[in-house]
Design a protein around this ligand. Structure first.
Ligand code: BGC
Length: 763
């Protein structure tokens, strides 16, 4: 239910006592920030340290109105007498999340659903991601928001994490580069981002209490590394601390994390906010440098008391306030920007579609099944063929105007979709939808079990169609993790794949499986049946149109996996420890696999995968040649050059991946690690492009815990250039004559209980 919020000027409440004795009341933007802070009452100080929720979440009865844009995630407090305006925060990673039809608005306010972060990372194209960021930022600005609560760059540590679709990769270089590109794009509009969730929010089970126990080495090399890259490369306006505990302490209460590492080591100069109601001790959060508590409610009284009783030093409060005010000054709302409510949705539709096409990954294409040849009539199996899953649930959701479905897109493109089959599925979707409540209406079909078809229903499609396309869908979102059952295909799904394949193959016709999913699923137990598999991911409102362009060959697929697809869930290095212990209600999550996350584990421990990290097929072939290093010996930087040539018959793009195999002297290392990547332009058949990749000293270094330093060990480094992590096309090497300490950092964040990381020597 909506409320009519009555704005009560704070001037009336707090203004008079200060105003009486002074002829000049400092104004934010005109006077020095420290003078503005000095003019605040203690109540005003505490109120500004708290955000406001979208609804009236325990806001003081006299507070300012709490809805500026319906659907916003939160606001900052306004103090009009000091010229301090409210600012607005909106989610999230796949596009801005606000209400499209709020009460009292006489126009609609749709936002573009862009591909989810996982799909964006699959493009391996940072320019494209920056462009998506530009478009998202334009919607943030023109709908009157000030900060997009994105990007989210937590690690795909385990495929069951319910929020993996919001995150980029199992590899910190990809997560960092994609996150940095997104921040640059969004912030180019003069609005802010919030890099989240800092740090180690890789589990949704008991997410507000769970304690992630992680070795300092794994933290530095895997979990912190992506954040470090984004902060150093693109300075997000804000960072959001995470819900979880890390090595015993809530991240939002951890000075070593938020001040020593984030601000002192990485030079972050923006504002840190908590995740919504995250943490437990407001005083500890303030001391840690978690400047703002979102959305702030119960802590208001607690903090005021602490300030009045001198439990917290007022200087700490003033320091945090200064950072909040420095943030507010930058915002469009403070600058009185006259937003139009008319972002360029038509242009963004195209941006979204381009990103979707480039993010899809062709996993299998036997005998060049794809692109289509002489196909007119299509049998579309699977409920998801009639209900495209544009994105995930929770704060990563977008209120888009439409999400074209696969059947609609085929018809729009002149194909005939088998009507009797369509009828069966549409009726099923209608029946399921009728059971929906207001809360689950949008997603009830996604989470509902697949419709079983009998053999006759399948066989009867074969005669009148040229090909079968079968879509498997999955959805997930914050607050809970997926299950092993959700990772696996259900009996109905597997039977459908088996029977459709048998029926169509008997008639010499092909079968394509489309995966409209947000996170990794099992593929090894069914992938032999279909002729082709296209991993479409959850690719926004234009995903189905992008998919048809790929299947028909209008666009050549160029996506590659930013994570590994294991042969079975039990092969995942954290399978036994996820989500945590005790299993029925986890308190601790012990990251015993250490640095061996994803391909770092599978490759080093020689565990076969279904589809390896960096994998993805194209309709053309690429030849790699002419690798040249700038020197045989490393000093400060190394340049690696190579040539990629399209030797096939179709235009296409290729990503060259640079892996480094470093010497193992004192420090054990993964057999190879991704240290660079670059995507070519669209290469015509016969066309070549020279690629240049750079390695700095940090790219050679691993983290040595006992001396808390990044160390590059002397010896030979092998440079491996691949089309995937397994398909290595070029080799070269250089030496580092002397071991070097690349960087010494603070000895902080030690685990609160003993932890022994997995090592190859113990295997
Ligand atoms: C999520 C954040 C989100 C915030 C505001 C939290 O529950 O973890 O990612 O930005 O809500 O909606």
């Amino acid at each position: 239910m909506k409320k009519n919020y009555v704005f009560i000027s704070l001037l009336a409440i707090f203004g008079f006592s200060n105003a009486q004795n002074t002829s000049h009341i400092p104004q934010l933007g005109k006077d020095k920030i420290e003078d503005v802070i000095a003019a605040m009452t203690q109540e005003e100080k505490v109120y500004l340290l708290m955000g406001l929720g979208e609804n009236n979440w325990q806001n003081p009865p006299t507070g300012p109105k709490t809805v500026i844009i319906a659907g916003e995630a939160g606001l900052t407090w306004a103090i009009p007498r000091l010229g301090i305006t409210s600012t607005v925060f909106t989610d999230g990673p796949a596009g801005i999340r606000i209400e499209s039809h709020p009460e009292g608005l006489n126009f609609t306010r749709y936002c573009t659903a862009f591909p989810t972060a996982t799909a964006l990372a699959s493009t391996w194209n940072t320019d494209l991601v920056e462009n998506v960021g530009k478009a998202m930022g334009n919607e943030v600005l023109e709908y009157g928001s000030d900060v997009l609560l994105a990007p989210a760059i937590n690690t795909h540590r385990n495929p069951l994490c319910g929020r993996n679709f919001e995150y980029y990769s199992e590899d910190p270089l990809i997560a960092g580069k994609m996150g940095a590109a997104m921040v640059r794009g969004v912030q180019s509009n003069g609005v802010g981002t919030s890099l989240k969730h800092f740090v180690a929010n890789n589990i949704e089970t008991n997410r507000t209490t769970i304690n992630a126990v992680i070795s300092q080495r794994a933290l530095r090399e895997i979990y912190l590394r992506g954040f470090e890259l984004v902060v150093k490369e693109s300075q997000p306006w804000t960072v959001m601390s995470s819900y979880n505990r890390l090595n015993g302490f809530y991240t939002s209460e951890n000075y070593d994390l938020i001040t020593t590492i984030l601000r002192d080591e990485w030079k972050f100069d923006g504002m840190v906010m908590s995740d919504w109601w995250g943490g437990a001790d407001a005083v500890a959060q303030m001391n840690a440098g978690n400047d703002m508590l979102m959305p702030g409610c119960a802590q208001r009284e607690e903090l005021l008391k602490a300030l009045k009783n001198k439990i917290i030093d007022e200087k700490v409060i003033d320091r945090n306030l200064a950072r909040i005010l420095a943030f507010i000054i930058k915002t469009p709302r403070f600058k009185n920007y006259a937003y139009s409510n008319k972002p360029n949705l038509t242009a963004h539709q195209q941006v979204s579609k381009n990103a979707a096409t480039e993010g899809m990954v062709l996993l299998k294409n036997d005998k060049n099944t794809l692109p289509f040849k002489n196909i007119k009539n299509i049998a579309l199996f699977g409920k998801t063929s009639y209900r495209y899953i544009a994105g995930g649930t929770g704060s990563g959701e977008v209120n888009y105007q439409y999400a074209t479905t696969i059947n609609e897109s085929f018809e729009k493109n002149g194909f005939k979709v088998a009507k009797p089959l369509e009828g069966i599925y549409k009726q099923f979707i209608d029946t399921v939808s009728k059971k929906a409540t207001n809360e689950n209406r949008k997603f009830i079909v996604d989470f509902h079990a697949e419709l079983p078809l009998n053999t006759e229903q399948i066989i009867s499609q074969v005669k009148n169609t040229d090909i079968a396309i079968l879509t498997i869908g999955r959805n997930a979102g914050e607050g809970s993790d997926r299950t092993v059952a959700d990772f696996s295909l259900t009996g109905t799904e597997k039977q459908l794949i088996r029977e459709v394949s048998t029926a169509y193959h008997a008639a010499n016709k092909k079968v394509i499986v489309v995966l409209n999913i947000g996170g990794v699923i099992s593929t090894s137990d069914w992938r032999d049946y279909p002729d082709a598999i296209l991993l479409a991911w959850q690719t926004g409102q234009e995903g189905a149109n992008a998919l048809v362009d790929i299947l028909t060959g209008k666009v050549n697929p160029s996506g590659k996996l930013p994570m590994s697809f294991p042969m079975s869930y039990n092969d995942v290095p954290s399978a036994k420890t996820f989500p945590g212990e005790p299993a029925d209600n986890p308190v601790n999550a012990v990251y015993t696999e250490g640095i061996y996350v994803g391909y770092r584990y599978y490759d080093t421990f020689k565990i076969p995968t279904a589809y390896e990290f960096g994998y993805g097929l194209s309709y053309t072939q690429f030849q790699y040649s002419n690798i040249q290093l700038s020197s045989n010996e490393f000093s400060n930087e190394m340049t690696v050059k190579l040539t990629v040539k399209n030797i096939g018959e179709k235009a296409g793009k290729e990503t060259a991946e640079l892996y480094l195999h470093a010497p193992n002297i004192q420090l054990e290392k993964p057999i190879q690690e991704l240290k660079g990547f670059a995507k070519t332009k669209l290469l015509k058949p016969g066309e070549s492009q020279e690629i240049t990749l750079k390695l700095d000293a940090r790219a050679l270094a691993s983290f040595q815990t006992n001396i808390s330093s990044w160390i590059a060990e002397k010896g030979t480094y092998e440079v491996l250039i691949g089309s995937s992590s397994k398909d290595i096309r070029l080799h070269s090497s250089f030496t580092l004559p002397q071991t070097i300490v690349v960087e010494k950092v603070h000895l902080v964040l030690y685990p609160n209980r003993p932890i022994t990381d997995l090592t190859i020597s113990k295997k």
